[in-house]
Design a protein. Structure first.
Length: 277
């Protein structure tokens, strides 16, 4: 008897030949396939409506975009990575019951000794962050409170990993890509490969911000390097969380109620012909 096709899909982003978990729910997707020289033998993010060729800038978000635009007969959707999975090996029945109690499953927060705003400046220059803040202010001003609250906090919900209903994901994707596509118009992308990933990096902040703004019921889940692996990734003891939070409170500047953009940075952008209105 033919196995019934699952309406739950947890995409597993992969870009090179490496071990990857797969079953009727966990579905490997070759990200950046449109510009890849290798055929990994998996579903690519280059079919239908896609942004596969923008993978160097958007990272695993090319899989998110593909899922948003092309997975129509799906009830629940998720994303993990070939080397990062949620500790729980999800089944369709278990997810159905879990998502009646929660709106979304996200990685367990990592308690940093610094704020998320301090973290973002480790990957982006001030001009890029100024563009992000100004785009959010122009397109989605109601999110400002949630943005500042998350960026001034020290709880890091990283990696763009999630599981939720397809309906919720579609709403989030429309919001997220409206911001990132607008940022793309203004950002001067670096020639360095790490710096080119800036839009994918921005999205790691946008997902939790969206969840907090909408007061979603979040189920936090620990991460492992492979399905059925008991070795936790990024695990922190209670003591470590407390110490990092104390350090954060003593070293982080006072929380602001505005974007805190430097006039020098704004003037510099204008001198470069970049003005977001």
């Amino acid at each position: 008897m033919e196995q019934q096709k699952s309406k739950t899909k947890i995409l597993v982003a992969i870009h090179k030949a490496d071990p990857v978990y797969s079953d009727n729910i966990y579905t490997p997707i070759h990200v950046g396939k449109a510009i890849s020289t290798n055929d990994l033998g998996f579903q690519g993010d280059d079919t239908g409506d896609n942004i596969s060729e923008k993978n160097p800038m958007y990272c695993e978000l090319t899989a998110q975009y593909w899922a948003w635009k092309n997975l129509k007969d799906t009830t629940n959707i998720g994303l993990c990575h070939y080397r990062r999975y949620f500790k729980t090996k999800y089944t369709e029945d278990y997810l159905e019951s879990l998502l009646q109690k929660y709106d979304i499953i996200l990685p367990e927060p990592i308690y940093r000794s610094y704020s998320m705003e301090q973290k973002i400046y480790r990957a982006a220059i001030e001009e890029d962050v100024a563009i992000l803040y100004q785009v959010i202010e122009r397109l989605h001003p109601k999110y400002k409170k949630a943005v500042l609250a998350y960026m001034h906090g020290n709880k890091d919900i990283a990696f763009n990993m999630f599981v939720c209903s397809k309906e919720l994901f579609d709403q989030f994707a429309e919001w997220q890509f409206s911001i990132l596509f607008e940022c793309e118009k203004y950002i001067r992308f670096s020639g360095y490969s790490r710096a080119r990933r800036i839009l994918g990096h921005f999205s790691e902040y946008l997902l939790p911000i969206y969840c907090f703004h909408h007061h979603l019921r979040i189920k936090s889940e620990e991460l492992v390097s492979f399905v059925d692996d008991n070795q936790l990734l990024y695990s922190q003891s209670c003591f470590k969380k407390i110490i990092n939070t104390i350090r954060y409170r003593f070293t982080t500047p006072q929380k602001r109620t505005d974007w805190g953009l430097s006039s020098v940075i704004i003037q510099g952008l204008r001198s470069d012909g970049i003005e977001i209105k």
